[in-house]
Design a protein around this ligand. Structure first.
Ligand SMILES: [Zn+2]
Length: 86
């Protein structure tokens, strides 16, 4: 297995014990290699620290559920975003 596949596999394993995380979050988590897009350090798989950020605000016509419009951030990092909605 190539390196990236192994990493993906490990991330998936990590997600397995957390059924409350639906598919979309899992996909984002893997896409971001388990890292926050703001500070680039690892995200904890705990709900209070895993925020979904809408890249394009819903109020401006951004999609609420498309993964292309979402990224996962730390709660604290989310606060630094000007258009934080949650
Ligand atoms: Zn962060």
């Amino acid at each position: 297995m190539e390196k990236q596949k192994i990493q993906e596999h490990l991330l998936r394993q990590k997600m397995k014990g957390l059924p409350k995380y639906h598919d979309l979050k899992s996909k984002l988590f893997i896409k971001q290699k388990g890292k926050c897009t703001v500070c680039n350090t690892e995200l904890e798989l705990e709900e209070h620290d895993l925020h979904e950020h809408h890249i394009r605000p819903i109020s401006e016509g951004g999609s609420k559920s498309k993964k292309e419009n979402l990224e996962l951030l730390h709660k604290e990092c989310h606060r630094t975003k000007p258009n934080a909605t949650t």
